[in-house]
Design a protein around this ligand. Sequence first.
Ligand SMILES: NC(=O)c1ccc[n+]([C@@H]2O[C@H](COP(=O)([O-])OP(=O)(O)OC[C@H]3O[C@@H](n4cnc5c(N)ncnc54)[C@H](OP(=O)(O)O)[C@@H]3O)[C@@H](O)[C@H]2O)c1
Length: 398
Amino acid sequence: MALQAASLLPSAISIHKEGKSNASLKETSLFGVSASDYLKAEISPLLIGNKEFRRKLPVGPIIAQTATTPAISQAPPEAKKTLRKGNVIITGASSGLGLATAKALAETGKWHVIMACRNFLKAERATKSAGISKENYTIMHLDLASLESVRQFVDNFQRSGRPLDVLVCNAAVYLPIAKEPTFTAEGFELSVGTNHLGHFLLSRLLLEGLKQSDYPSKRLIIVGSITGNTNTLAGNVPPKANLGDLRGLVGGLNVLNSSPMIDGGEFDGAKAYKDSKVCNMLTMQEFHRRFHEETGITFASLYPGCIATTGLFREHIPLFRLLFPPFQKYITKGYVSEEEAGKRLAQVVSDPSLTKSGVYWSWNNNSASFENQLSKEASDAEKARRLWEISEKLVGLA
Ligand SMILES: NC(=O)c1ccc[n+]([C@@H]2O[C@H](COP(=O)([O-])OP(=O)(O)OC[C@H]3O[C@@H](n4cnc5c(N)ncnc54)[C@H](OP(=O)(O)O)[C@@H]3O)[C@@H](O)[C@H]2O)c1
């Protein structure tokens, strides 16, 4: 079925019938742009929701847990000890997953959401259209593509005197058809600079505040992605995530001293995004190893599903943006709405059954959560340690 579905995009994509992971892309042109340039990284998540196709996938074993549905559960019994609302910072809450999560949490009346956004007006409009009540949110300026802005945000948040109970590192940029790299304020390639380094500094600076929280369950969540995991079909579609020996990162991800890519290779916007997601998942595990026991903080990552309608795909050509949602919705049935994905992330924020630390959460077709398995590279402890140490230097913490 999914294979038939793929054929509905004639000459754009061909997937090997055996369901092998090396999906190939024929060169073709849509609106004058090479299809493989913009479709190669995205099409396989479309197929993941299809049962027949999934049966054939060469994915590693998945550790199924007792399934839990993504209702935003009642607070655990211990929560009754505290009368105050939980405070959660969500980066990139002005659209997509971040906004849907903010809405889901705010609606419970048990959470105050600090929406950490780079565009105040956009965020304010988004809260209005989502119907989030004023008493349930605060918008604070944060541009993750500037370390100075990250420091300023942390300073402003700390001055507010508000306790911090959960931090959600959600914001991301994805530049799949960029031909040339663009850079953050400090000169790091934009995808890794924003999605990884900005969040790395933010979470390091906010860790102390999280530690001090008296909330029943304090959590630090970094949103991951299937596309960074090479133990999945999606993760095997070129360009694959690969941090190599981190030589580009050591050089500062700029074009002066090094390559803009972590592995030292040629710039590729789709790969840079996938690499940044591997960094997100490695960072979560390194946090867990270094701080879980000492602090009691739950560190978690997740793949919320393929949310075809979000702004993440805004840099794609119009035809992709037009075809992507209906293809997934009606053909592969792998579509996850923003609302559903928001409930999933809200579950990782607040559900008392998801307190296990160091876990990468995913959901099955019945929207039940399970502990998923990360790829070899995304669970490489030695790489995570090196990534941590190099990142510390780049953001000025070491
Ligand atoms: N969509 C999917 O299928 C999918 C699948 C797997 C994982 N994810 C992950 O889900 C997360 C959210 O993505 P999304 O799909 O919801 O995309 P989205 O709608 O584009 O949301 C991304 C958010 O990040 C913000 N952002 C970008 N650059 C920023 C910066 N420099 N500083 C502060 N905020 C910045 C954006 O702000 P503006 O509104 O100002 O642009 C926006 O609010 C990402 O981590 C992504 O990797 C998404």
